[in-house]
Design a binder for this molecule. Sequence first.
Ligand code: NAP
Ligand code: F7E
Length: 330
Amino acid sequence: MSTPKALITGILGQDGAYLAQFLLEQGYHVYGLMRRYSNPTFENLQYLGIADEVEYVSGDMSDEASLLQIVKFTQPDEIYNLAAQSFVGSSWDQPRLTTEINGLGTLHLLNAMKIFAPYARFYQASTSEMFGGGSDENGEQTELTSFYPKSPYAISKLYAYWITVNFRESFGLYATNGILFNHESPLRGKEFVTRKISDGVARIKLGLQNELRLGNLDSKRDWGFAGDYVKAMWKMLQQEEGSDYILSTGESHSIREFLDIAFGYVGIEDWTPYVTTDPRFKRPAEVKTLQGKSDKARAQLNWEPEVSFEELVTMMVDADLQRLKSEPTS
Ligand code: NAP
Ligand code: F7E
C-alpha cells in the first residue's frame, strides 16, 4: 500500500502540531501549509521534535490561487483545515480578515479539493463558539442544538460549517465538521485564557511577575487536552461517510476554578492578591457557559478524552515552569 498523504492547514498552530505528530506516527506523509512570514516560528513543531518531518508548502487561506496550486501539487488523501484567525477577542477588531480567512478560506479549500482531489476526505475545524448561548434543556450543547453565534469569529466559522455541509450534500464530497469545545495544552497561544494563566502563575511563582490581569472570571468552558482531540479528528475521516461530530469532555469549569488549581499547584492558596480584573480583556458580547455532549463521537468513533481537567491545568503550569526555568526571558 502506498503512503497516505495528509495536508494540514494551520500546521504551526497548537492543533496542527499535535495532529502532525499523530499522523506521522500513523505513517502518513504530512504536508503543512504555512503562510509567508519574514520570521516564521516553528516553536510548536520543535517542542514535539517533528519540525524536520513535515513537508512545508507555502500558501494563504485568503489566496485561492495558492490553495488550488497546493492541492493540485500534493494530491492529498486527507485534508485537515485547521488554519484560522482563531482568537475570538481579535475578531471584533479584524472582522473582515477573520471572515476572509475562516469563512471564504474554507470555501477556497473545498473548491480546490472539488477540482483537483475530489476523492479526498475533508476535515473542517468547527467550534462550540457557534452555539453562543444556546443549549438544550439540560444546559448542554449537542449536534442538534441551534446555533447563535456571538462574535465575528463564530459567525465566520458558521459559514465554514455550512459550506462544508453544502459541499458534502451538493457534490457528494467526503466532508466532515468536528465541532470542538475548547482544548488546550502547553502549545496553546499565550493570549488564550488558560495559557495566559499557566504562564502567569509560573512567572509569579518564579518571581518574574507579580500580577495577572484578566477579564471576565465567571465564564465557564468545557476544557479538554488538544492531544486527545486530534486523535478524534483522524478517526472522523476513517468513517464510511462524512458527518458532523461534537468533541467535548462533558464538564464545564469557570476561570476561577482554573485559577484555584493553577495557583494551588505552586503552593499559593489565595490568588486574589495577584489577579486584577481589567476591562480591556472583557468582550463586547460574551459566551457565558459551554458544556458539550459528545455521545455521537464516543459511540461512533469509540473516542474518550483521556486527560482530566485537573491534569490539564497542572500539565500546563508544569510546562511553563520548566520553560521559564530554562529560558527566563521567553
Ligand atoms: P491556532 O494555534 O491559532 O492555529 C491557527 C493556525 O492558522 C496558525 O498556525 C496560523 O498561522 C494559521 N493561519 C492563520 N491565518 C492563516 C492564513 N491566512 N493562511 C494560512 N494559515 C493561517 O489555533 P488552534 O488552537 O490550533 O485551532 C485550530 C483550529 O481549530 C482553528 O481553526 C480554530 O479556529 C479551531 N478551533 C480551535 C479550538 C480550540 O479550543 N483550540 C476549538 C474549536 C475550534 P500563523 O502561525 O502563521 O499565524
Ligand atoms: O477565552 C474569558 C473570555 O480566549 C475563554 C478559541 O480556541 O475556544 C477558544 O475561544 C474565556 C472567555 O477562548 C480573559 O472572555 C477572561 O469567556 O481562552 P479564550 P475562547 O474565546 O473560548 C473556542 C472553542 C474557539 O473556537 C476559539 O478558536 O475566558 N477571559 N479573561 C479571558 N480570555 C482571554 N483570552 N484573556 C483574558 O484575559
